[in-house]
Design a protein around this ligand. Structure first.
Ligand SMILES: C[S@@+](CC[C@H](N)C(=O)[O-])C[C@H]1O[C@@H](n2cnc3c(N)ncnc32)[C@H](O)[C@@H]1O
Length: 294
């Protein structure tokens, strides 16, 4: 449902009819138009659309698909933005999700502001939808302390945000029943299908037994590699001994730790986990690491 209203009193909301007119279906011609009592008036480009817009839904293979559950086709939002604003106007989407509306606004030369309660959505808009890391963002973690606040106040959002610090790892859509895994990725061009990469996030206090559970999960899922993500750097010798005991994943001449500890503190110090090139979870192409910035 579309609600249509204007901020200014006694002003009709904008409706750019010509921008969204649909072709005449009745064989209307300029000649017939002028004979129909409209002499002297230019024939419109088409007729005013009905209040139902028919458009194909986004299919599972659509190029623009970002994996966001409520994603809509850009063409739909382009119609709405074109119908109700002019170039240079400011479009606000206060529930911007994966940013279809702001993408449409940007393509149509409108200025825009997007708001979402989910830092994951904001990431998606900035790094995947618009692929522009100069876009100013407010309200997402900028250091370990702000990440800690998110881990306390919104633990599931924190998990999603934390796993997506590793380009190539996509967070689980399920909040519970994830079998001890918060994010998954795939080694690019891994042979024999042995390329699964798992990530698990621990927002609270580090515990050795949970790390051991994760090592079992790596084993159970026959994963190539696993990254155990904590907020602060883990200094425990026992923890390091557990992960190094897991061995290595060999790819060509290179080998990578099969299990590793990595922290949000490392992330803010620009230290990445040691991983082979990963496939982009949404396109399957090799992941461009520079797409993701904090
Ligand atoms: C249906 S999606 C929005 C789709 C979006 N308008 C587009 O053009 O693609 C709804 C979004 O609202 C966000 N949301 C829910 N509650 C919110 C709140 N209180 N403040 C801001 N965003 C919120 C959700 O995280 C979700 O991403």
């Amino acid at each position: 449902m579309l609600l249509w209203y204007s901020a200014a009193e006694n002003t009709r909301p904008r409706f750019n009819r010509d921008a969204v007119a649909v072709p005449f279906t009745s064989g209307m011609t300029a000649w017939r138009y002028s004979r129909g009592g409209q002499a002297g008036k230019p024939m419109p480009k088409g007729k005013t659309p009905d209040d139902v817009i028919t458009m194909p839904s986004l299919n599972t293979m659509a190029k623009e698909r970002l994996g966001y559950p409520t994603q809509k086709p850009t063409a739909l939002l382009e119609r709405i933005v074109e119908a109700s604003s002019l170039e240079g106007d400011l479009v606000l989407d206060p529930f911007c999700g994966c940013g279809t509306t702001i993408d449409a606004a940007s393509r149509l030369n409108r200025r825009w502001v997007g708001i979402d309660i989910s830092p994951f959505a904001i990431d998606l808009v900035k790094n995947r939808r618009l692929q522009d890391n100069r876009i100013p963002v407010h309200g997402v973690p900028v250091d370990v302390e702000t990440a800690r606040t998110m881990a306390t106040n919104a633990p599931f959002e924190f998990e999603k945000w934390a796993v997506s610090r590793i380009p190539g790892i996509a967070p689980n859509s399920k909040q519970v029943g994830d079998g001890g895994v918060d994010g998954r990725g795939r080694v690019y061009e891994a042979t024999n299908g042995h390329g699964l990469v798992l990530a698990q996030v621990k927002g609270g206090k580090f515990g050795l037994s949970q790390l051991r559970d994760f090592l079992h999960t790596i084993h159970r899922e026959k994963a190539a590699l696993g990254v155990y993500i904590t907020l602060d750097k883990v200094t425990s010798r026992n923890a390091k001994a557990e992960t190094s005991g897991a061995g290595f994943f060999q790819m060509g001449a290179k080998r990578y730790p099969k299990a590793q500890l990595w922290s949000i503190a490392d992330h803010f110090d620009d230290r990445e986990p040691r991983l082979p090139p990963l496939a982009d979870p949404y396109t399957g192409n090799v992941m461009q690491k520079d797409l993701l910035t904090s």
